[in-house]
Design a binder for this molecule. Sequence first.
Ligand SMILES: [Zn+2]
Length: 285
Amino acid sequence: MNYVEIVEKIRQADAILIGASNGFSISEGLHIFADNDAFEEVFGDFKRTYGIRNILMGCFAKWPSQESRWAFLSRLINHYSIDYTGSQNTEALKAIIGEKSYFFITSNAENHFELAGFAPDRIWEIEGSWKEIQCERGCHDTLYPLFPLIPEMASAEQNMKVPSELVPRCPKCGGPMAVHSPQQHPVAGDMEMQQRFQRFIQEYHGKRLVILELGIGWRNQLIKAPLMRLAAQEPNAVYITLNKGEIYIPDQIAAKSYGLDGDMTEMLGQLRQAIQEITTNNAGN
Ligand SMILES: [Zn+2]
């Protein structure tokens, strides 16, 4: 495998743009589409009572009440985000990025990059984030922190319901609150992150930009297609894609691209090791 060559490109880069999607979450044990053992263990009662077969289905279910809806959501977020402080894979990313300028664009909503210690103003969660809620009716534009509300809801949950007094309500209209989702109601915060992303792209226009794509399916139009277009437009960009069985690199950018096919954790670990070896050798010279 051409790890040494890839690592040289990363070391020479002026900045790293990381695109991450479902495949990265799966590598950290969060599979939003799967009816697997982990789903059974955490949500078996919801599955049998409401026919919810995976996390995604639960996020968009028509719940009989806000109390049930927030029982599902608080259990979900409590389990996957509240105690999360990083993984082997986010540690590998820190080593790979090093001191370089970076930006994340991700469709993952569990907020793991921020929780692992990356800067929130450099992470655009384009499909929203579990860290915040907004008025579901869209009566106003404010995002409110959700994580502080989760532990109490999750611990007070009984029989797949949270107590009514813990259900979040819109402070302006009194209506239900929803987990931050730009697809439902885009708010000013979404526009701001999009602008930060644009500024990052402009800042490194013409420079050595490494685009590192983690676990994005080949059909993905939301992140993958724009990143491939960017790679094509930028004369000095390098495009590196890590995926399992789904490496797709169009001819147009083949000359500046690297595809690594395999287990995400193993591949990030290899990159991390290769970078550390080169850094140590250089320090010794
Ligand atoms: Zn409202």
